[in-house]
Design a protein around this ligand. Sequence first.
Ligand SMILES: *[C@@H]1O[C@H](CO)[C@@H](O)[C@H](O)[C@H]1NC(C)=O
Ligand SMILES: *[C@@H]1O[C@H](CO)[C@@H](O)[C@H](O)[C@H]1NC(C)=O
Ligand SMILES: *[C@@H]1O[C@H](CO)[C@@H](O)[C@H](O)[C@H]1NC(C)=O
Length: 534
Amino acid sequence: MSRALAKCFRSPSVLLVTSIILLSFTIHWILIKQPLRCSHFQIKYAKPLATLVDNEEKVTEIFNAITRTVPSVYFTNISTTTSAKNSRGIILDLKKQYCVGDSLTVQVTMFDYVGKRKTYGGDFLRARIFSPKVEAGASGRIDDLNNGLYNVHFALFWEGNVKISILLMHPSEGVAALWRARNSGYKNIIFYGQYEYRSKKVQSECGFELDSDEAKCEYGAKEDKDFFYCIKPDNVSCESLISVTSKERSHTYLNTLEKTLFLRSNIGVEIPQTTESVDVMSCNRNSEVKPKCSTGMFQPFPSGYFLNNVWYPVFCNLSTYDPQSHISNCLSGKKIYIMGDSTLLQWTHYIASIMNSLKFFDLHASGSFNTLLLLDTDKNVYIHWKKHGHPLLIAYAFTVKDYSTVNQEIDRLEGGPQTVFVFSLGHHFRPFPITLFINRLLNTRKAIERLFLRSPDTKVIIRTENTREQSVAMDRFSDFYGYIQYQLTKDIFQGLNVGIIDAWDMSIASGAFELHPSASTVKNQINMFLKYIC
Ligand SMILES: *[C@@H]1O[C@H](CO)[C@@H](O)[C@H](O)[C@H]1NC(C)=O
Ligand SMILES: *[C@@H]1O[C@H](CO)[C@@H](O)[C@H](O)[C@H]1NC(C)=O
Ligand SMILES: *[C@@H]1O[C@H](CO)[C@@H](O)[C@H](O)[C@H]1NC(C)=O
């Protein structure tokens, strides 16, 4: 890594004040001999999280810390909000020639629709460099200077003509509106529970919070403070809940003026730049030797880049061979539990497609989003996919008879060197107050800590969520919500010996706007997964 690039990674922008986190930073610092500290989420806790015992206190502390990073701005006229078209990006210290390994900073100055310079930050941006000819791309790290200026840092990882793209996803006024909307309540989505009792079938409303005086059934674990409720149907026992469905409610927490910020034409608008691309030479600099990818490594942002559609992590060496040609050996004798949403279902099908000896075992399940079992009885490979717990946004009835959350499932694991647990939590949480998500992550972290105490050689892999379509209802599914969740995921699991697969970074780098990444991106995620577990 060049000095310039290393400097980017040394930027002191992250101040995670948990002592555990600081400790882990120090460990990795020594391990990889490079202080990799590039992230643009400046969540600063007022009290060190480690000093808070109670989950509720931690949830509040984390919620408040994020709220402090979100602008508290109000507007009465759309013309005073940030306009991408009126804003400008300019390369700082523009050079005649760039070498692979150099860094490059674009400074963005924000203006509103009447051409007035913005004086505060909080805009939600998305930045990447890319070279279509060599199928290359990498994310940019955004530094909000909180005065209407942003420094967007890029590292030049490959040679050739490199284009720069910086999108205004939402103006800061939109970010403020979304944050308030998200945390206003649970009304975005309605759930229905189906009960079957003595040949009687009844349906009733369910949710995390029910606005009703009727008797309720409570589902969930007290020690986790994680509950789901249904209105109790008359003469039917609570244990008779069979399945659940959900749908969007025609309801919004945004007001009429705010809604205009989320018209499709105002989302993901390119910010014009004085220089749209630069030419990068190889300059034959020696690249540093990187350690083999393994769990427990600290990942900077960007954590890697695509070249010829292959993902190269910057903090470890993945590129020695094609890991997927060794998948049979790698998975032989392993028990793999995969728990998450449809993005990990994609993984399961992908693995089945590249390892022909794996067969789906028919579990005779009814309903949608069912548990899957993949077996290779010769090589003793067991792969089990299961949906994560509520919330699940699925219009077709899915069974809750085998219901569990990720943390409950981890607590049931015996673990051991042959056991791998992979999970992903994200998209389905977006339409709900963030406290639900924070609480689930904290419970999951505790369960992983317990697992590592009894069985430290179990492999735990976390796939972060990724970006999605720009055509979705932003008050429920905005990538801004996903971005906060992504950062929280990296933050809360810091310091544990887990492997992170940064699907967010990959989706930005590849310029993807889809909930389900392309086969080529999934292939790269599986590459990393295999590297972590074999
Ligand atoms: C909003 O601001 C613009 C430009 O200053 C002005 O022309 C327009 O009348 C304002 N709209 C309202 C509703 O105040
Ligand atoms: C429930 O049972 C009671 C007593 O057997 C009966 O009076 C009532 O009508 C029942 N309610 C329903 C909704 O079936
Ligand atoms: C990655 O590992 C291979 C084989 O061990 C080695 O030849 C290569 O130089 C390494 N690359 C980096 C960037 O460390």
